[in-house]
Design a protein around this ligand. Structure first.
Ligand SMILES: [Ca+2]
Ligand SMILES: [Ca+2]
Ligand SMILES: [Ca+2]
Ligand SMILES: [Ca+2]
Length: 644
């Protein structure tokens, strides 16, 4: 900005209501908002820059000469160029000036939103402050009634005009006026409409345990169902892989039976202790296995096994939380999540970013009570959708409160979650680039790795691509392949072909489809005349869809949401939207195990440990296969111990 500018004619806030939306045009000069108060306050303005270059600062004219000087800036916005800007600081008493100033020519669609909460002299928020006023002696009484909320909304503008008043036409400007190419608003990839036809197809997928024996090595690989293996003696090394278990919730386990063996005659080396287990490569990378060793030195290695049944005792290996709907969460069993929970339930080293619709709230302003607390950018998290809150469903899959005795279990029990509303073009909504920059900033401030969940299609911009490209070490992006049933991926999932830190996720069935028709677990979802999981070049992984999660539903955007769980056929979480958060949650577990991995390494770990489907090896219908948390976590542990 130009620091020689006079502080003349600042635009006062005229705040007479607890929450005020202020609309103004940005012309060729710097632009000031000003107010005077007698107490410290918090100050959290956000400038949604759209596609333009603008900055915000907080300034006090401490020497009283009516000219801004660099030393009088109390806080700068954090980012360069056309990224969204934010300040989070304590604002001192006195006259505070908030300039918003463009740094390049061109149309803008800036939106400035701010939250100010008064503090007493000890720094505590207060309900009893008085005599706080904006410039021109307007009472700022709304600050002291407990609501303490100011919103500035700064929209529009052709900065080359001299007209300071808002231009209605430009307020409603189309993307064509932005001069940077068209921007498609992202839309959730959930399928919320009822199908009109009921034709389903069933395709083949491996359903039998495969056995390989060579020399003294015996390998048995299970299926996506509950498998029972019976130990066969006579080999120096036996390896049993349960793989997924879609039947786990109904009580059926991947089980290794050792009917002739007493547990007292062997040593069991559990993999989930600090240096426990045995590292072995059975063809898809070194992983840590649970090991059973016999007195003669022969050994059994285990992965994806939930139960060991000896002659004298039964040992259960997986984690079973007390959430009552866990038994319906076949999506967790088929992806090995309860097995992976033995090793981690998430750590503070990871931030999970959810760019979606925001979260539905009830009449008290609360989110679904089975969701953990989340980080928000002001009130951007509020979901303006009618009917149902897509973001609430996504959040629940990844991070519902687990083992809390209610509802469902989330995949990640502990890591930070940040919800940002990017859908609908509502006041305060971010675009993908702005939201992503905010998430990266948050993760950097905490030294965290970042997994970004985008259960949506559309909204890709060059600015967003640049953020993906520039953060390939520490930010992993998980996208929906799309629901159009086509042989090419939706945007931005197609970025998975280009970037090592982008994962494109398609959707597969469990044992039944939407109509209750039997399906082979791990079959690509495709309905005639309704929806199908997009596939093709770049598809990385597949994951379940059509399962239970947290819900928030209401009759209109103006009424509060009601909370629940989408447990019945009419409101199960549908579409590739549901598949993405499965992968996001599992990726967050991988980074919780080993935060030193790059995002590309996490993608590689998930890919090489997936359960292969379709034609052997990578294919464009299933990518590397269905994600498996147990095998992936075991691979990450091996890497963390220095294995290749
Ligand atoms: Ca199995
Ligand atoms: Ca729960
Ligand atoms: Ca919105
Ligand atoms: Ca395959």
């Amino acid at each position: 900005m130009n620091f020689s500018n006079f502080i003349n004619a600042p635009i006062d806030l005229n705040t007479t209501a607890t929450s005020r939306v202020f609309t103004d045009g940005l012309n060729s000069g710097d632009h000031y908002y000003s107010f005077t108060k007698q107490q410290s306050s918090s100050f959290d303005p956000y400038l949604d820059n759209g596609n333009t270059y603008a900055e915000i600062d907080s300034i006090q004219d401490t020497n009283g000469n009516s000219i801004f000087a660099p030393g009088e800036v109390t806080a700068y916005s954090q980012f360069e160029g056309d990224l969204n800007q934010s300040i989070n600081t304590i604002l001192p008493p006195g006259t505070n000036n908030v300039p918003v100033y463009p740094i390049s020519n061109g149309e803008t669609e800036d939106k400035l939103t701010g939250w100010i909460t008064p503090y007493d002299n000890a720094g505590n928020t207060s309900d009893t402050l008085s005599n706080t006023s904006v410039l021109n002696t307007r009472n700022f009484s709304s600050w002291v009634d407990g609501s303490a909320n100011v919103q500035l909304q700064h929209t529009t503008c052709d900065r080359n005009t001299t007209n300071k008043s808002p231009d209605t036409d430009e307020n409603l400007s189309s993307s064509g006026e932005l001069g940077t190419g068209s921007v498609i608003s992202p839309i959730p990839t959930d399928v919320s409409t009822q199908p009109t036809t009921t034709i389903s197809k069933s395709t083949s997928s491996p359903t039998a345990i495969t056995v390989q024996s060579a020399g003294n090595v015996h390998i048995e690989n299970g299926t996506l169902r509950a498998d029972t293996f019976t130990y066969q003696s006579g080999y120096s090394l036996s390896l049993y892989s349960g793989n997924g278990n879609v039947d786990f919730g109904s009580g059926a386990r991947d089980e290794l039976d050792l009917p002739q063996i007493s547990s007292t005659t062997v040593s069991i080396n559990y993999a989930n202790t600090t240096t426990g287990g045995v590292i072995y490569n059975s063809g898809n990378g070194n992983r840590v296995y649970d090991a059973i060793t016999f007195k003669d030195g022969s050994q059994i290695l285990l992965t994806g096994i939930e139960t060991l049944k000896f002659a004298d005792t039964t040992i259960n290996l997986s984690v079973v939380p007390n959430d009552p709907l866990f038994s319906q969460q076949w999506d967790l069993g088929i992806t090995g999540v309860p097995d992976a929970w033995r090793f981690t339930t998430g750590s503070s080293k990871v931030l999970i970013g959810i760019e979606d619709t925001g979260l539905g709230t009830d009449s008290s302003g609360k989110i679904n009570p089975d969701l953990r607390s989340s980080i928000f950018a002001g009130n951007n998290y509020l979901d303006e959708s009618s009917s149902f809150s897509h973001g609430t469903e996504v959040n629940g899959v990844i991070a519902a409160a687990s083992n809390n005795g209610i509802g469902i279990s989330g995949i990640n029990w502990n890591s930070d979650v940040f919800n940002i509303d990017v859908v609908g073009g509502d006041a305060g909504d971010y675009d993908l680039a702005g939201a992503t920059q905010l998430l990266i900033n948050q993760a950097n401030s905490k030294g965290q790795r970042l997994v970004v969940n985008l259960s949506l299609a559309g909204g890709d911009t060059s600015a967003f691509d640049q953020l993906v490209a520039n953060n390939q070490d520490k930010a992993l992006f998980v996208f929906a392949s799309g629901n159009a049933d086509t042989s090419s991926l939706a945007s931005p999932a197609n970025l998975a072909s280009t970037y090592s830190n982008v994962i494109a996720v398609g959707a597969v069935w469990g044992t039944k489809d939407y109509y209750g028709n039997a399906q082979t677990p791990g079959t690509r979802i495709t309905y005639s005349g309704w929806w199908g999981s997009e596939y093709g070049t770049g598809l990385t992984l597949v994951a379940p869809s059509e399962f239970v999660t947290t819900t928030a539903t209401h009759t209109a955007a103006s009424t509060p949401y009601n909370f629940g769980y989408g447990g019945n056929a009419s409101n199960i979480f549908n579409g590739t939207s549901a598949s993405v958060p499965i992968v996001t949650g599992i990726a967050s577990l991988i980074w919780s195990i080993e935060p030193n991995l790059t995002a590309g390494q996490v993608k590689a770990v998930l890919s090489e440990t997936a359960y292969d489907l379709g034609t052997p090896g990578y294919d464009t219908t299933y990518g590397f296969g269905i994600v498996n948390a147990d095998t992936a976590v075991r691979r990450a542990i091996a890497l963390s111990r220095g294995a290749a």
